[in-house]
Design a protein around this ligand. Structure first.
Ligand SMILES: Nc1ncnc2c1ncn2[C@@H]1O[C@H](COP(=O)(O)OP(=O)(O)O)[C@@H](O)[C@H]1O
Ligand SMILES: O=P(O)(O)OC[C@H]1O[C@](O)(COP(=O)(O)O)[C@@H](O)[C@@H]1O
Ligand SMILES: [Mg+2]
Length: 534
């Protein structure tokens, strides 16, 4: 990097928060804090971020490399240069200075802003093919495309780099030290992309980072591919730090998985399109049922614990939905501007209606009327109450009391159906590129990164940028405005509790703080209103 200079690491420490709740001996124990309290408790104990600055406000948030902590490593020519498929491709190897901007909307005098390292094959690699020993693990909830990523890691390593020793970890993180490992070959994974789930199995719940690294060391593993969501990537970051502390030449690579699309920075997560497509089937069914009777109401509950992306996109895609309720947009039932008033209006106008509700929506309302559970799952994620059932009952009770409008309500809950299926064609291509990019980076000596798509380009993103926050639908962005204008539903901003004022204040504060949402391209185009902050 000729033209750029490295920024003092000390000035960058504030970027780097570790979101793990660890016990003193390196275990992640979810009982020590909920997902949100974990964020609040974050302390900075990890290696410093690599931030490089250049002319005109250029910033590269770079990823670690073996050479940062292991001196005098030998390099080898990339075997792809002799591969007939790739050797003819002009500029197949990625230039060392290629980076990808986080924001594509720029202003004439604006700073160039944050960039990430472009993914892809490098001219030199840091492993000889027969030296490489790989472990692959899947953790957290299911997501369409997990098997495709596993397949393409195995096949990519084998066909592009001649790597033959690939092992699969059974049942998530704990499988590193508590289960037998599985040998993976191009033959054994040949058909797996046609199946939903993960052939490796998965799990939630705590694990012991030190035991995982012991086991990596004992088995001579030098590349670890970790497929999982926000919790998993936090775990991967801790594994990387331990590997680095021990000075091991082991590439720790994350591949972001989340059906909720709640991982920041990346355009969108794999399996998201498939899930939205599958959700259409439930919405169609709800629409058919609702349309077929007088004053029919169809309610569909979709996944989305803290982020309503699936509900928002399924609604926008379907055009049959009259109201979409997500965790980011509080709503209320009674009174002017409330849900009941809107339902009455829609039924009078068109005789039926469809409501899509994300599982994390309206949890505060459910807690008010049902005794709050405040429980967590094995990983410390909040366990939600069934808002779909709750809202269906509330609507039924309301119209039963009203007596002027007899409704028929059908509740459809396709929750697990949208994530337990194989990925569709476009997600399969996406999974392939993600897996191949992950492999190129590890072979080139990069480590401690998540492989992700940013503005349509494959990149390597440092773990701390992936784990520092969650991606949410920004209800002051254009995408949510598009949804409101497509469904004509109330914005629920004029709540009795002065909701409108509060929301307005929040939006203004975000702008005054210089906060620009860097959500996925799903709503990225909207980001900035005040150029200097971006
Ligand atoms: N804050 C954390 N720090 C370290 N590891 C974590 C953390 N949260 C979760 N994990 C680990 O990641 C795994 C998956 O986490 P989970 O939250 O269930 O799913 P996801 O990764 O899909 O969000 C768990 O088995 C757990 O051991
Ligand atoms: O029943 P499970 O397996 O805990 O999964 C339910 C949760 O999984 C999710 O799909 C998210 O999972 P991840 O955090 O693993 O991405 C949520 O939408 C849902 O609340
Ligand atoms: Mg998660």
């Amino acid at each position: 990097m000729d033209s750029i200079t490295s920024l003092s690491n000390h000035t960058q420490n504030n970027h780097h928060s570790v979101l793990s709740t660890k016990t003193q001996n390196g275990c992640f124990d979810p009982k020590l804090g909920s997902a949100s309290s974990r964020v609040a408790m974050a302390t900075s104990v990890n290696s410093d971020p690599k931030v490089i600055t250049g002319a005109a406000g250029y910033i590269l948030e770079d990823v670690p490399h073996f050479t940062d902590y292991i001196p005098n490593l030998p390099t080898y020519p990339n075997p792809l240069q002799d591969n007939p498929a790739y050797s003819v491709v002009k500029q197949y190897f990625v230039h060392v200075d290629d980076t990808v901007p986080q924001k594509v909307v720029v202003h004439k005098d604006g700073a160039r802003g944050v960039h990430f390292r472009r993914a892809g094959p490098r001219q030199k690699v840091y492993f000889e093919s027969d030296e490489v020993q790989v472990a692959i693990v899947t953790c957290g909830g299911l997501c369409p495309g997990l098997n495709t990523v596993i397949r393409e890691l195995v096949c990519g390593l084998h066909h592009m780099y001649g790597v033959k020793k690939v092992l699969g970890i059974n049942g998530g993180y704990r499988g590193f030290y508590a289960r037998n490992w599985i040998t993976l070959t191009p033959k054994s994974v040949n058909d797996i992309h046609k199946r939903g789930g993960t052939i490796l199995g998965t799990s939630r719940g705590g694990h012991d980072t030190k035991k995982i690294v012991d086991s990596i060391q004992d088995r001579g593993i030098n590349q670890v591919y970790i497929i999982g969501g926000d919790g998993t990537q936090r775990g991967a970051s801790a594994i990387f730090e331990e590997v680095r502390r021990r000075g091991l030449k082991v590439a720790v690579v994350g591949i972001p998985k989340t059906i909720d699309n709640d991982i920041p920075i990346i355009d969108k997560s794999f399996g998201f399109d498939t899930a939205v497509e599958e959700a259409q089937r439930a919405i169609n069914a709800a629409h058919v049922e609702a349309e077929s009777v007088e004053n029919g109401i169809g309610v569909v509950k979709l996944m989305g614990r803290y982020s309503g992306f699936i509900a928002m996109h399924a609604t926008l895609a379907s055009r049959d939905v009259d109201c979409c309720l997500i965790p980011e947009s509080p709503f209320y039932l009674e009174g002017p501007g409330g849900l009941f008033e809107y339902i009455e209006k829609r039924l009078k106008e068109q005789g039926h209606m469809v409501i899509v509700i994300a599982e994390g929506a309206g949890q505060e309302l459910v807690s008010e009327s049902v005794q709050s559970m405040n429980k967590q799952d094995a990983s410390g994620n909040k366990l939600l109450q069934d808002v779909g059932l709750w809202i269906s009952q509330q609507i039924k009770d309301h119209f039963a009391q009203l007596k002027t409008l007899a409704i028929t309500l059908k509740y459809i809950d396709p929750t697990y159906m949208i994530r337990a299926i194989p990925s569709n064609a476009s997600d399969n291509v996406y999974c392939t590129l993600l897996a191949q990019s992950a492999v190129h980076g590890a072979m080139a000596g990069y480590t401690g990164y998540t492989s992700g798509l940013v503005n349509g380009r494959q990149t390597y993103i440092p773990f701390y940028r992936i784990t520092e926050r969650q991606n949410h639908v920004v209800i002051t962005d254009r995408m949510w405005a598009r949804l409101l204008s497509s469904t004509n539903q109330p914005s629920f901003l004029d709540a009795k509790g002065g909701n409108e004022e509060k929301k307005g204040e929040e939006a203004l504060n975000q702008l005054q703080d210089g906060h620009c949402s860097d959500e996925t391209s799903v709503n990225k185009e909207i980001n900035c209103i005040y150029p200097p902050a971006c």
